[in-house]
Design a protein around this ligand. Structure first.
Ligand SMILES: NC(=O)c1ccc[n+]([C@@H]2O[C@H](COP(=O)([O-])OP(=O)(O)OC[C@H]3O[C@@H](n4cnc5c(N)ncnc54)[C@H](OP(=O)(O)O)[C@@H]3O)[C@@H](O)[C@H]2O)c1
Length: 335
């Protein structure tokens, strides 16, 4: 009844994904069986983690297999339902994949109220990246009022929310991001206390100037040299949240680990990895609190929306080139 276009994983990439790592396919959308729902995909979330899902090997989630539709979270409209919880016209979130139509069990979908909140916000600040920021900062980073919080990847989907929540909690916040426009946005629009442009400034030196008493919480989205630089500036009992390491995701000659890790010993500090899915049972409460912050203009959202499923391969690369400004979203259909 509907024609479905899809991006499937054709090959496991080495370095940045290439066009030939994808296969663009066409087939009829599958009618729902008992308990299933057919969703027309409207918006897809493009995330750095997708690069990791393309690799073989042990991770927190199984890799996408060769020939499978590429995994992606997304929001869409129900066009047929054989699940009692959904009717045609409902708006829902789920792991829809890079395709135009997805047939899923109703238990894998969450209904969304799109009357007051634009759908892309449910993929960013009120979605997986926002949940990552909320739980990574508050549960793992445990900031106290007056603490100095540093966040890398600061102008991105996770980073912007980390910094703004840290401000709400009464912390001094320093963001690290690439380029003047992103740094200006962090300070002038989002109220960060300072921002460091890692592409034109010496991170270690500038950080020392901005954090004379050291860094109490470091929320790391990028790993590599920036993690190493921040390690030299941590305060006693600092908490380092290992959220991601985007600078290393396309490495072809091994991941660069922190050579300054002995600063953890010197500073009696901790470094803790976090995976957002572990907090799934608490998402509704976090969403409620964050929606209230958005309504009160304490938390601002920014989405970078690209139109057209056929733009997927190039658009994904924006994340690794620093070309996205805010949460990267692929728009697949209007309604
Ligand atoms: N642990 C979890 O459960 C979890 C969940 C969600 C996301 N994450 C992680 O959180 C991080 C941020 O994700 P996001 O969705 O918010 O992405 P994002 O920040 O919106 O986009 C990625 C940004 O990373 C920066 N970047 C790319 N290459 C870089 C490099 N070599 N060095 C420094 N910065 C680089 C770029 O910004 P600049 O212009 O500033 O370079 C780019 O815009 C990622 O590492 C992701 O894997 C983890």
């Amino acid at each position: 009844m509907f024609t479905n276009h899809q991006y499937r994983l054709a090959a496991r990439p080495s370095g940045l994904p290439k066009q030939t790592d994808w296969q663009y396919t066409e087939e009829p959308a599958r009618e729902p069986n008992e308990g299933e729902v057919l969703v027309k995909v409207l918006y897809l979330s493009l995330d750095p983690a997708m690069r990791g899902w393309m690799n073989e090997g042990r991770s927190y989630i199984p890799p996408v297999q060769i020939g499978e539709v590429m995994r992606a979270g997304g929001a869409g409209k129900v066009v047929a339902s054989k699940h009692p919880g959904f009717v045609t016209g409902d708006i829902a979130y789920g792991t829809l994949g890079i395709q135009e139509y997805a047939t899923l069990n109703g238990t894998e979908l969450t209904k969304l109220d799109a009357s007051n909140i634009p759908l892309p916000v449910y993929l960013g600040t009120l979605g997986m990246p926002g949940m990552t920021a909320y739980f990574g900062l508050l549960d793992v980073g445990k900031p106290k009022e007056g603490d100095t919080v540093v966040v890398s990847g600061a102008a991105g989907a996770v980073g912007t929310v980390v910094g703004q929540i840290a401000k709400i909690k009464g912390c001094r916040v320093i963001g690290i991001a690439g380029g003047k426009a992103k740094c200006d946005y962090l300070v002038q629009e989002l109220g960060f206390d300072a921002a460091i442009d890692y592409k034109s400034q010496d991170v270690k030196k500038t950080l020392r100037a901005h954090c004379p008493k050291g860094v109490d919480v470091y929320f790391d989205n990028v790993g590599g040299d920036i993690l190493d630089a921040v390690l030299t500036q941590i305060a006693r009992n600092a908490r380092i949240v290992i959220c991601g390491a985007i600078s290393q995701y396309n490495a072809t000659s091994g991941v660069k680990g922190p050579s300054n890790y002995m600063m953890l010993l010197v500073s009696r500090a901790s470094m803790t990895g976090m995976v957002v899915f572990d907090y799934a049972d608490r998402y509704p409460l976090a969403m409620q609190e964050m929606a209230a912050w958005i309504a009160a203009r304490k938390l601002k959202t920014r989405e970078d929306i690209v139109n057209g499923i056929e733009k997927f391969p190039d658009t994904l690369l924006k994340l690794f080139k620093g070309e996205n400004f805010g949460k990267l979203v692929l728009k697949v259909a209007d309604s």
